[in-house]
Ligand binder design. Structure first.
Ligand code: CUA
Length: 295
């Protein structure tokens, strides 16, 4: 308001003098075709129009700096959701440290309602190269840069699924580094949190596939909470089947796409860091049956 007031006064003075000059010195019939008296080199006028603007700009700098500092020091809203998003080649690791949840490629957040403001604060990091977090309907782009933590917050009001993507070229499968933000009503979000906090179920019917999964190097990259699989290099699979897509939006998640993926990830997403595990067709079916129990 102070900046607006200063600018309003300047505008009124400038516009007032302009109107005065237009009216007072307008061309009148009978004016001679000669120039009015010319003034050169007035120290007073020149000093005045140098010093006053400098003082005004200085005041504006002070006011603006204070405003910026206020915004940067603002504490996150109490009770807000905090999430850490880590960019990987080529998928998104999504953590909720306070809730004990780790997932991938789908950020779930509560919607704000007229009675309750529910922002989600994001810490943006990278595990390898520069990526960029971009969900156009929710906020601008913010880069995820190695050895640096960037921040952003979102507070969507309409429940639904919002599509996003990596917006910084990060290698071969940059185009298949898609992202979804699922906005829930507050009650639905609480339910999602509760479901995700559970450890993985152990379904005896999938024991065969489970054995193959744990006998191969799957476990050195993937974590499944409640089991000995503690890998952090690839996506957490504890609740794999709760997600909408496979391989960061490469394909919708279904038995068929999961089978294609386990058989040979390189067919679906060339260059991705998961190798072909070279297991037999029967073993592929068993592993897929096991993965399907991870709801
Ligand atoms: Cu990650 Cu482009």
């Amino acid at each position: 308001m102070l900046v607006l007031a200063i600018c309003a006064v300047i505008f009124l003075v400038v516009a007032g003098l302009l109107v005065y000059a237009i009216v007072r010195f307008r061309h009148r019939p009978g004016d001679e075709a000669s120039e009015p008296p010319q003034v050169y080199g007035s120290n007073q006028i020149e000093t005045a129009w140098t010093v006053f603007p400098i003082l005004i700009v200085f005041v504006l700098i002070l006011v603006t700096s204070r405003g910026i500092a206020d915004i940067q020091d603002r504490k996150p809203t109490a009770g807000a959701v905090h999430s850490t998003v880590v960019g990987h080649q080529w998928w998104w690791e999504i953590r909720y440290p306070e809730l004990g949840i780790v997932t991938a490629n789908e950020l779930h957040v509560p919607a704000s309602t007229p009675n309750s403001y529910q922002p989600t604060y994001l810490k943006l990091q990278s595990a390898d190269v520069a990526h960029s977090f971009w969900v156009p309907q929710l906020n601008g782009k913010t880069d995820l840069i190695p050895n640096r933590v960037n921040q952003m917050w979102i507070a969507p009001i309409r429940p639904g699924t919002y599509l996003g993507n990596c917006a910084e070229y990060c290698g071969m499968q940059h185009a298949r580094m898609l992202l979804r933000v699922v906005v829930h009503s507050p009650a639905e979000f609480q339910q999602w949190v509760k479901d995700q906090q559970q450890v993985a179920v152990e379904d005896p019917s999938a024991a065969g596939g489970r054995k193959i999964f744990f006998a191969n190097s799957c476990v050195s990259c993937h974590a499944i909470r409640g089991t000995s699989a503690q890998g952090v290099f690839g996506p957490d699979l504890t609740h794999l089947m709760s997600r909408q897509t496979l391989a960061s939006g490469t394909a919708p998640l279904s038995r068929e796409t999961l089978r294609a993926w386990v058989r040979d990830p390189q067919q679906l997403k060339v260059g991705c860091l998961m190798p072909n595990m070279q297991i037999s067709e029967k073993e592929v079916d068993q592993v897929v049956a096991y993965l399907e129990t991870l709801k």
